[in-house]
Design a protein around this ligand. Sequence first.
Ligand code: FEO
Length: 398
Amino acid sequence: MFLPRMITKDLYYVGVNDRKTRFFENYIPINDGVSYNSYLLMADKTCLFDTVEICFLKEFLANVQAVLNGRELDYLVIHHMEPDHCASIEEIVLRYPNVKIVANLQVFRMIEQFFGEDYKDRAHVIRENDILDLGNHHLKFISAIMVHWPEVMMSYDLDTKVLFSADAFGCFGALPGNIFKDEVDDPSFFSEARRYYSNIVGKYGVNVVNVYKKISTLDIKYICPLHSYIWRQDFDQIMSKYVKWATYQAEEKAVVIAYASMYGNTKQAAEVLASMLAEKGIKNIKVYDLSLTDETYIISEIFRASTLILASPTYNLGMYPKVESLLNAMVKLNVKNRVVGLIENGTWSPKSNSMVKEKLASLENITYLEPQISIKSSITEQNIEDLAHMATLVSELL
Ligand code: FEO
């Protein structure tokens, strides 16, 4: 049983909701699930766009079958080969033996790697700017290398101005019945979209900018991503965020304090600083314990805020594991253009500030607040003065 979800008069949503998986890519928490979007265009030639994660095959096939309503499936377009979208290709071919697979050469290579099949008998190989003629619809293909894998392509329906954007403009969260972004007032959407973007695609800002340049010239009426809502208005809301995220510009002038603390002394420094900032009239200060808040949320906050304060104990003369992991993620994701304030603690040899700076040395345009603060076991009067000075510097920047 499936209730067809119409997008345009001949384009349907046939995706599924995953409300069971707790970790996207088996490490990113997704407490509200995720949708695997697939679309079926009932043109003169029928065309399915991508598939879904294999656990949801039965539901997906029911959706496709209901919309086809007895018609043949002529084409399957594969934009992206990550298995949350490609895993059901074999099953589609089994059920629709005349279907042609439309994709670039890299996709076909990956199909062979995943499934041991080259599908030469049904391959319709396309390159960027090629056009697939579906009769009353024509699809133009746009290369989207590294957004989020190297084979990724988008496609654009020249007749109805629909952009199939692959992973771009997606978000975590299962769809609540509503499939259009303008149907929901979801206060967590953009923070979750940022967490999705920053942790998954964040490394590839240059590639995202390149693709943005191509699609920003298109007349777009709908954006159909592979996860989350379909956009049919207010495109600038999400596009403007992507421009900021992809160019590593802070979304807001804001401060985030991330601390790690074994026995509460480093935490106390973070709390004192937060209070001093509040006393200076700074609003919306965010404070996170790195041992309690999943790193993917902190990364998202670093993409949002202009200033990061990192307070960290020295651990066995090295970095505290949670801090080291966050720094590794920042380096991996090429974070740039941030102000960073450092607070270290250590009982016999506090040295985490210098280790943090060394770790982040490859990142561009990171400005450190001076002086960095060094605590020996617990905060002193001098530390309080230094924290007050740091609070003044931060408040002058916001
Ligand atoms: Fe949603 Fe990169 O796969």
